[in-house]
Design a protein around this ligand. Sequence first.
Ligand code: PMP
Length: 407
Amino acid sequence: MTLTDIRDQFPILQQEVNGHPLVYLDSAATSQKPRVVIEAIKRYYELDNANVHRGVHTLGTRATDAYEGARDKVQKFIGAAHREEIVFTRGTTTGINLVATSYARSVLKEGDEIVITPMEHHSNLIPWQQAALATGAVLKYIPLQEDGSILLADVEKTITERTRMVAVTYVSNVLGVVNPVKEIAEIAHRNGAKILIDGAQSTPHMKVNVQEIDCDFYAFSGHKMCAPTGSGALYGKRELLNKMEPIEFGGEMIDFVELQSSSWKEAPYRFEGGTPNIAGAVGLGAAIDFLSEIGMDAIDKHDRRLAAYAMEQMSAVEGITIYGPSRNRTGLVTFNLDEVHAHDVATVIDNEGIAIRAGHHCCQPLMRWLKASATARASFYLYNTEADIDRFVQSLRNTVRFFQSIE
Ligand code: PMP
């Protein structure tokens, strides 16, 4: 499959919205789903549906094979050393909360430090705030440069031997910047800290290898990478996961249950209590096959090229401010137009069938840092084309003209 005929694989993109062919530029919020993923979920429910890890009947075996097969696919996709290092979750938020609740609270003491950045999504900020509040640890921030990027010299200054935990996003969902996570992991480890990477915006767009980064934890969401909502995974180094206490208790995660006490299975099963999202895992596996067939390097190149093209075209729009560094970024552009609120921009261009996101993007501290109450964001994925961007930029120009005419 080539990137040129990919659009045809996404049924949702074949429609008109408000009388215009849909241009979907909100993949950083959630991606659309290709036919192969939709079909895999349908096939699972039509042919294989049963509960996993319990039934000895044929459907139970098929469902378990499909679920555990998806774990193997995730392991390979992100370069983990062992399949037991992959915990299925509802997505990035759930994965980070598991680490911040189970791992962090068991190791943090008063005066210890947790280090994050001001560009973190609320999902990689509030769990650490809560861990700090619960343990008396201090939450510290690596400062941002004027363009929103991070300097390694600042990372060196912020992480100290009191730092027990570092949590950083690989790619910012607002600035689009790719952070030097491998270098940050090295600095964290040199100081005796563990590091979690928020992979929500990196996993869909680039080849990821958790062993190369040498991170301790890595969380991502399926729905941003062509898989269904409610799917995702947390990677954790095996020795760390097996030391961590579960935070949800019930069926499937136990070894022995006595009247007064119980013991847990090894990871990952101790963190997967209750009936899991089996169809979600099947869909995630199908999405991984789909993306792998196209090739993550080809997708990465495509998304970066589109973002560069968009930035070039958008810079010529009157009164536009584009946020984030000009280099080292992936497929999204966040911006504001003078005198037009981001929500108005998104509403006006929606009338022309173009979907973008407007708001604080779950990054209120970063919005304050940008001195913006809200921003608009166009984000690109493998099914977008330069023609989509041309329509979007033309629509931005129309918006500027419209608001000038009513002033
Ligand atoms: N981190 C980042 C950088 C994100 O962009 C998002 C989703 N917008 C999340 C975390 C949270 O992902 P989810 O809502 O899928 O848990």
